[in-house]
Design a binder for this molecule. Structure first.
Ligand code: AR6
Length: 173
């Protein structure tokens, strides 16, 4: 049985098969959730990231989790919000490609950060729709495979945007 949940949690503390980092194209670390993940994983994470030759927007790459409670880190690069249609396509690709990669690696639980909603400026209400619809569509398309998806919310603002969508809109799509 697969599942899709969201909850207030610190992604560096969750014991999942993989957590999804909101990285940048260099994959060499940064602030926000990326900085928190590198700090908690320890310096070996950066060493492995250096071997990956970066990552394009919307793509995903995987490393081990080192000192994290999760076994692997999937690094994806969200779009810097510009207001253009391409943003939605790229953010959708982040969620879909991360789950495709997890399945290729035979992983069965994945926790996401709210990709692009910090420094990259994606409006939370719009990003919440993409996070929830893309992951639920993926689960439907992969109904032959057990996958537990957690959308971590670092604060109430993120949590409220997911709950608002689920309560008010999801039934009408
Ligand atoms: N656990 C879960 N979520 C978190 C945590 C945490 N420990 N810390 C922050 N968040 P951001 P972006 C949430 O800015 O917008 C980095 O420098 C936070 O509340 O981390 O994709 C990279 O290197 C927010 O909702 O990522 C890139 O250069 C969400 O994570 C750039 O930032 C994403 O915010 C990527 O920007």
């Amino acid at each position: 049985m697969s599942s899709l949940q969201f909850e207030i949690s610190d992604i560096t503390q969750v014991p999942y098969d993989a957590i999804v980092n909101a990285a940048n194209k260099s994959l060499l670390g940064g602030g926000g959730v990326d900085g928190a993940i590198h700090k908690a994983a320890g310096p070996q994470l950066l060493e492995e990231c250096k071997t990956l030759n970066g990552c394009q927007t919307g793509e995903a790459k995987i490393t081990k989790g080192y000192n994290l409670p999760s076994k692997f880190v999937i690094h994806t690069v969200g779009p810097v919000y510009s207001g253009k249609a391409k943003d939605k396509e790229m953010l959708t690709n982040c969620y879909r490609n991360s789950l495709d990669l997890a399945r290729q690696k035979d992983l069965h639980s994945v926790a996401f950060s709210a990709i692009s909603t910090g420094v990259y400026g994606y409006p939370l209400d719009k990003a919440a729709v993409i996070a929830l619809t893309t992951t639920s569509t993926w689960l439907n398309d992969n109904s032959d495979y057990d996958m537990d998806v957690l959308l971590t919310c670092f604060d109430n603002r993120v949590y409220d945007s997911y709950s608002d969508y689920v309560q008010n809109y999801s039934g009408s799509n």
